[in-house]
Design a protein around this ligand. Sequence first.
Ligand SMILES: [Zn+2]
Ligand SMILES: [Zn+2]
Ligand SMILES: [Zn+2]
Length: 484
Amino acid sequence: MGDPTTARRSALQHAERLRALTETERDMIRLVNRDGFGRWLEQIQNIDGCTHPIYLAGRTTVRAKQTGVVLHHYDTHSSEPGGVLAVRCRNRRHSVCPPCSRLHAGDTYQLVRAGLQGGKGAPATVAEHPRLFTTLTAPSFGAVHSRDATGRRCRPRRDAGNCEHGRPLGCGIRHSENDPLLGQPICADCYDYPAHVLWHAHVGELWARTVRTIRRHLASTAGITQTDFRNHARLSFAKVAEYQRRGAVHFHAVIRLDGPDGPDTAPPDWATASLLEDVIRNAVATVSASPPYSTGLGEYVCRWGTQLDVHSIKESIKDELITPDAVAAYIGKYISKSVGDAGGTDRPIKSQREIDFRKVNRHLRTLMYTCWRFGELPELQNLKLQKWTHTLGFRGHCLSKSRRYSTTYWALRDGRTNYLRGALLFRDNVETVTESFWHYAWSGYTDGESTLATGIAHDIAQSRQLTREVLADFDGRWPDDATD
Ligand SMILES: [Zn+2]
Ligand SMILES: [Zn+2]
Ligand SMILES: [Zn+2]
C-alpha cells in the first residue's frame, strides 16, 4: 500500500494494456466516453444498425394553421449529439446494408401481398381476381455447366465429340452446389456473348411488348377492341428480376386481371385464370424485339427462353406452396439480391481497365467487355451499354410494377413515419403547417462506431428471427416485418 514501486508497476501495466488495444478498441473507448453516447446509440438502434447511415442536420417546426402556435419543434442542433440525426441508407442490396435490405424486402413483401390479398389500401376482393405467378426466362446463349436438385451429371453425352474449338461438348461431372464452374460456358468460344448482352439490353422492351400482346389477345378473345379493353378490364403486375449464375436475368411476375378501375372493381365474367394463362403462354412464345441493325453485328431478334412457369395463386391452403404469402416472400427475398450475388459487381464501371480489376469470374468479365465494346458502336448508343456494364447490359429496375398493382414504397414509408410521429402528437384534427430545413452533414461510421452498429444490427436480426419462429409456430405465417 502506498509503495511507490507498486504504484509504478500498476501505472506501467495500465499503459501496457492500452498499448495492447487495437485502434478500433481505442476508438470504442473514446466513443463510450463521448457526450451524448446514449442518445447516439438510440439513434443507431432506431435505424436497426444501418451499415452506412446518413447524418442530417436541421429542424422541423409544426404550427397550428389558424393560430400560429408552435405545436412541435425539433432541432438537431439543440437535441442531438453532434447536432446531427442518423437516418437509414435505404439500400435494397444485402451485400451493401443487411438491415436496410431486410426492411426493403419486408416492404416488398407487404407491397406484393397487398396486391394478392388486399390490405394497405387494396381491397380484400383482389383475392378473387384471376392471379398468376409466372417465371420468364432468357433463351440459351450457349451450353453452361449446371446442376439440378437430383444431383444428375452436368451434360452426360458419351459420344458427344468436340466443338469446332476442339473442346468436349459434354461434361460428366456432378457439380456441387458451390462449384465455381456452375454457370460458366462449356466452351467460351462457342458462347454467344453478343446475343446475351443484346438480349439484356432489350428485355425491357420485350416485357413491354409481352404486356401489350397479353392485353390485345384478351381483348380479341372477349370480342372487344383494344381501345375498348380499358373500359372492361385492367392488367396489373409486379415483377422482380433475378440474375442466374450464367449472368442472365429471369423475371418472376405476379400478373392479375382487374375490373376497369383496377383492384377495386370486379373483373368481367370472361376474365378467368385459365384464359389469362393461355394468353400469357401464347404471348411469351410469340413476342420479339429487335436491336437496331448493326453492320458489325448483323441482325439479331430477342425472344424469351422456352422455359416458362405459370402457376395459379391459391388461397392459403396448408402445404400448398403457391400461396399469396409464399409468392410475396419469394419476391421479397429476390429484391435484396443483385448481380453481385450472382458473382458480378454492384458498382458502375467507369473505364475498360476497371473491368480487369473487378473480382468477377471469367464469364462475367467477358460479358462486361462485350458490353463496353458494344457501347462504343454509334448505332447502339441509345442502349447506354457502358453505363450498364456492371449489370451486363440490363437497364431495368429490380422490381417494377404497374401503377394500379397495390400500394407503393412511398406510401409504406409514409405510413411508417406517420405512425412514429402520430405516437407523439396531433391526435386531434388541428390543421397544421410544417416548416422544415434539413441538409446533409456526413455519412458512415468510424471503426468503433461500425463495430457497435454491427452488434446492434445482429441483436435486432436475432430477436426478429426469434419472434418470427414463435409466430410461425403459432399460425404458420410471417409476421408483419416491415410495420415496426
Ligand atoms: Zn442502411
Ligand atoms: Zn459441367
Ligand atoms: Zn467451342
